[in-house]
Design a protein around this ligand. Sequence first.
Ligand SMILES: NC(=O)c1ccc[n+]([C@@H]2O[C@H](COP(=O)([O-])OP(=O)(O)OC[C@H]3O[C@@H](n4cnc5c(N)ncnc54)[C@H](OP(=O)(O)O)[C@@H]3O)[C@@H](O)[C@H]2O)c1
Length: 340
Amino acid sequence: MTFPPTVLCRTFSFVFHQTSTIELLQLQNHSYIKRKESEMSTIPNFKLNTGAEIPAIGFGTWRSTEQEAYNAVIAALKAGYKHIDTAAVYGNEEIVGKAIRDSGISRNELFITTKLWSTDHQRAEQALRESLKKLGVEYVDLYLMHWPVTMNGDGNDALFPTREDGSRDLIDPSKWSYLDTYLSMEKLLETKLTKAIGISNFSLDKVQVILDKANVVPAALQIELHPFLPQQELVDFCQSKGILVEAYSPLGSAGAPLLQTAQLQEIAAKYNTTPAAICISWSVWRKVVPLPKSVTPERIAANLKIVELSDEDGKAISNLHKSLGIKRFVSPEWGIKIFD
Ligand SMILES: NC(=O)c1ccc[n+]([C@@H]2O[C@H](COP(=O)([O-])OP(=O)(O)OC[C@H]3O[C@@H](n4cnc5c(N)ncnc54)[C@H](OP(=O)(O)O)[C@@H]3O)[C@@H](O)[C@H]2O)c1
């Protein structure tokens, strides 16, 4: 396999990966398939504050069953994704790792993110080592604190412990807070088990606490972001501090409800593309990394075919929520306030 040369993209002024004409993918059964250039898309790169490059579109893997996740990751790598987003709590690190290995693509050509689950906040290194073992890799490129909430790691359930009254078994923040978790994640950088650390589901106030009290500026913040939840103030704030922002649920999560929006359909028609590609292009237009998930090979490939939005259309999409309303699709019951 040849390594892709990088060329500077004129319009976005970030780096494009140029894929070779034909690449070979080694599959599970050790047979090889040919991958034609016409089947793959080029994905621009952004830069993290560590100096590392991150592909501007990542592939989401939440809520995929084991077999779905395997086939989806194989399809994604074949289509040209180089950036995979998973998490310990998704329960698919093992199968995602297997798909990555079976793809035959070199580890150093890929950007892999996984996340520290809330019951593991007080044992971050152990949790990261377990994730690496499941993924079958020596390091991840980005390790995120999944939620700014610490749950009892010795409770009645490994992932979602509850108290006798049925409420979430949370650790009192005066005893252990998300800041303590972040400070313990900073030490992971010395182990080289992760190249960068970051946070997820943090509000602006909480990002500010990290910036005030921690030693390492987070490389990334992963939050729910789409035209119905643009969170412009938080995005601007992070970008001004050198924190790369990632958009989860860029299509509105399960069932992609955003794609029924007439205004997005109109803009898609204008660019001769799909509303999904418009949502994904809008993220990249605002220098945010979208993480679209799909288990459908045609959609997986189509979601990479981003278009260059005009500033006028980008701003129109950013303003859609003013007439259509704000919508948040991912809001687990933690029993405490997470979002502003
Ligand atoms: N940090 C966090 O707390 C957090 C929270 C949520 C998500 N995430 C990450 O972000 C990723 C994406 O978010 P998400 O999974 O919530 O939702 P999403 O990517 O916004 O949407 C996924 C849904 O869109 C459908 N879809 C995808 N492409 C489509 C297309 N071109 N046309 C029509 N439908 C399409 C998928 O269907 P099919 O699969 O059936 O094709 C699936 O139902 C996750 O997988 C995960 O990696 C992180």
